[in-house]
Design a protein around this ligand. Sequence first.
Ligand SMILES: [Fe+2]
Length: 352
Amino acid sequence: MALRFICLLLAACTFACNPTKDRTQTESESTVFKIAFGSCGEQYKPQPVLERVVEQKPDLFIYLGDNIYSDTESLDTLKKNYQILANRPEFQKLKAEVPIIATWDDHDYGWNDSGRHYRLRKESKEVFLSFFGVADETVKEHDGIYHTVVKEVAGKKIQFIMLDMRTFRDKLLKYNGNRQGQAGYDYEMDYSPYTTSDSTMLGEAQWKWLEAKLREPADLRIIGSSTQFGITHNGYEAWANFPHEQKRFTDLIKSTRANGVLFISGDVHYAEVSRLTAEGLYPIYDVTASGITSTWDFATPNDNRIDGPIMENHFGLLTLNFNDDPEINMQIIDYTGKSRINRTVKLKELMF
Ligand SMILES: [Fe+2]
């Protein structure tokens, strides 16, 4: 049986993903590049959102984590759950039509809200790479799955920085009542923000790699972070639980003078656009698309929210137009194909 599973998985992988699919011809001829993205898809449920993605004819699809819900300490179960996604006709159509790159979140990495203490993190990485393919060979040289992908469109360089928010993340701080009595925060919360700086989400090796990547020349840098970067603390998982690392990131953008940083994220089962401001830095947008199949009853408060929330199943779409005054159109498109958020920013607004 074990051999049969391996064969099935290998077969799945040959058709599952082709991150290096060559679109150079198209890219060099057009000034437009469309990036679809999403997260939180239960593999055992129909996924009409993926059909809506294919209809948009994007140049790339980015999986931002919880790509399957596995939550297991069994490798066989993890492989079986990926196989269920591989067998879905909607996924097969997406794979056949659109190049895919990916990072993971807790439910596909290991366990709900898990971090560096998850026992099968190395094995899970192997299964992930077998399924999604290796978009960047350097991913094999270190722990975790952080990697980059670069595309050139109309002479402009787009850098996709895919973070690993799981392999190195320290334990979360249990909720200690820091929001008690504040209006809007009367729901049950899980976590509070650290007030000391001796804990990490990315880990030192990933931080060093990130700095090197931000120093590389690029016109636009899409940061793929499974958990939300731009929101304020809401008692659930987010960068806001590690405010010293959130600040370290914005400080790093400043010190490297990295232009064109834009976050995309998932995890929370609704869509929103957040805009984070920091002194001496251009606005940092975080477009959250979370809910290929998952939904949630309510959206938490978020002081940085400028669009949304959208509670119905959806995906995100960034349409980049590198014309004389390049712009980025950010959309959330729901499972019926309807555009629910539509915001455009000029690339020059994301510059020092
Ligand atoms: Fe998650």
